[in-house]
Design a protein. Structure first.
Length: 547
């Protein structure tokens, strides 16, 4: 194939679902050079994921939609490609929801599927599969059934499938959203090294920018209408267009936000920031929640076949408290929430809700007291419209409808009230799933990654809503991989590690006194605590040198 510097050309591209009145995105034009890396940012629901699927030819063929404009790969129209596999050889996408791209049962067969379509010889195929599994450090998953994997493990497998085919352009749709903090940081550094080694072009859709922004030099920004708002050097945009980005709901890298708060010079590099003295008094301490115990968990254990997922776990949730549940991928956090919600049966142990055994509650009585938001929000949708989803199971009266309308506006879903829940973006689905639980005046709320897929504004609004219901006396247990969120919002934190509960205490205690556990459990320190730890290391090194 003749080599061109210009790999991807997008010319006045617009896309509309047939049932929609407005385009998902419109009049998008940009070029991506061979070997170039770029961030694609924008508020939740602005069409970023749909754009990526149009760029590699999956849309509009895989859905009922209308595409106008042109996409060229190596100056040839994508529409001229004979098969989707032909395009995938040049432009691969890792979906936001990895389950949507799997078609085989096991990890090995899933990776082999794409290679078989490229007619890779058997021996070479085996070598490629083993190499990519080792590169992503998931060799142990080779023979696993995909349906048994955690969300983070599935995301790594989806990436392995794309990397094995060695395309010239890789598009990642929120690739770290389901990874534990350490694995997310490791993933970004791995992609940086792979890109430099292989020379592929990279387009990254992401909300968490702290690890990406320092090395991806270009950023393209869409506004809420799906139009291109900004396109330039990453550093220049965050330095000169910060207010515009905030208005669009773009998450400013935490290092930038902290510098602004402390009136310090701009840098995207935390290493540069850490060279400055740590400002004393900025690590906040919270009071321990004092409400009465609502949920008591004693010696809880769960096994899947012969595999122990967790064992002998004991803790309590207090009314008016927010507890964060954290830990590495695959440690059973989502499983624990399912057991607490009585969707799975534990191997042993007790769960008391208001001093009454969980199994003694009738189903409708339990659901009025306890709400559960799934990791995949589509698993809980049962109606044909967003509005009906909020009203499902509710008493039909003016007060209920008023509450539903309030939540629609509060979560930015009012314009989608008549849309099917499956037809909205992943971020919008997540907001809808949280909103449906808030329609009930539950006393215990279990949330599995409630800010996943959210832009900065909607994530903050979601946490504000959680704070409000917490203030009304609800006990909230929330799985999250965002340690900044844990530090800012959580009253207490539970760490699952090595099939057991390794920590139960305050965020301040975890991040300042249990740094070894933070590392072993594949968490990361919030930026302020990381800065504090760095300063301590510098002082210790200086003391040793002086001695």
């Amino acid at each position: 194939m003749q080599a061109f510097d210009e790999l991807l050309t997008v010319d006045q591209l617009s896309f509309t679902y047939e049932e929609d009145e407005k385009p998902v995105f419109q009049n998008i034009s940009f070029e991506l050079q061979k070997g170039e890396c770029a961030l694609l940012l924008g508020p939740s629901g602005c069409g970023k994921s749909s754009l990526a699927l149009c760029l590699n030819g999956l849309y509009p063929e895989a859905c009922d939609g209308i595409l106008s404009g042109h996409v060229f790969l190596y100056q040839k129209p994508v529409t001229d490609a004979e098969t989707p596999e032909t395009i995938a050889q040049h432009a691969g996408v890792v979906f936001q929801d990895p389950d949507q791209q799997f078609c085989m049962l096991t990890v090995e067969d899933e990776i082999a599927f794409g290679l078989e379509n490229l007619q890779i010889p058997k021996k070479e195929m085996t070598e490629k599969i083993d190499a990519v599994l080792e590169k992503l450090r998931i060799t142990s998953l080779k023979e696993k059934t995909i349906s048994t994997l955690s969300g983070g493990q599935k995301q790594k497998v989806a990436l392995a499938c794309i990397l094995a085919m060695e395309p010239e352009l890789i598009m990642l749709d929120e690739p770290t959203s389901l990874l534990d903090p350490y694995s997310a940081r490791e993933f970004v550094h791995m992609m940086k090294d792979l890109q430099r080694e292989k020379g592929f072009s990279l387009l990254v859709i992401e909300h968490q920018l702290d690890e990406w922004a320092p090395w991806i030099e270009r950023t393209i920004v869409l506004d809420k209408a799906g139009k291109k708002a900004l396109d330039g050097r990453t550093e220049d945009l965050f330095l000169h267009e910060a207010e515009t980005l905030k208005e669009l709901g773009i998450a400013i890298p935490k290092v930038c936000g902290l510098q602004e708060k402390l009136s310090m010079p701009f840098t995207l590099s935390k290493e540069t920031l850490f060279k400055e003295p740590f400002p004393a008094g900025h690590a906040e301490k919270k009071k321990a929640p004092s409400g009465e115990s609502v949920l008591e968990v004693s010696s809880l254990s769960f096994a899947r076949g012969q595999q122990t997922i967790f064992k002998d776990i004991s803790f309590s949730l207090r009314e008016g408290s927010l507890t964060a549940l954290v830990g590495p991928n695959g440690t059973g956090k989502s499983t624990l929430l399912s057991v607490l919600a009585r969707l799975m049966k534990p191997k042993s142990g007790k769960i008391l809700l208001y001093d009454k055994p969980l199994q003694s509650y009738k189903e409708n009585e339990l659901r009025k007291r306890m709400g559960f938001v799934f990791q995949n929000p589509e698993h809980q949708f049962v109606t044909d419209t967003v509005y009906e989803e909020l009203l499902f199971g509710q008493k039909a009266d003016a007060e209920t409808e008023k509450k539903a309308q309030h939540l629609l506006h509060r979560f930015g879903l009012a314009h989608l009230a008549d849309h099917h829940p499956f037809a909205i973006s992943q971020g919008q689905k997540r907001r809808l799933s949280v909103a449906t639980m808030l329609m009930h005046d539950v006393k215990v709320l279990l949330l599995d990654e409630p800010t996943f897929g959210q832009d900065a504004r909607t994530a903050a609004e979601c946490m504000d809503m959680i704070q409000r219901i917490k203030a009304e006396g609800t006990a909230v247990l929330m799985i999250t991989h965002d340690m900044e969120l844990v530090s800012s919002y959580a009253d207490s934190v539970l760490v699952l590690h090595d099939t057991g509960l390794a920590f139960d205490g305050s965020p301040a205690q975890l991040f300042s006194q249990e740094t070894r556990l933070v590392k072993n459990a594949k968490l990361t320190l919030p930026l302020l605590y990381e800065w504090m730890a760095y300063q301590e290391e510098v002082r210790d090194d200086a003391a040793v040198t002086s001695y």
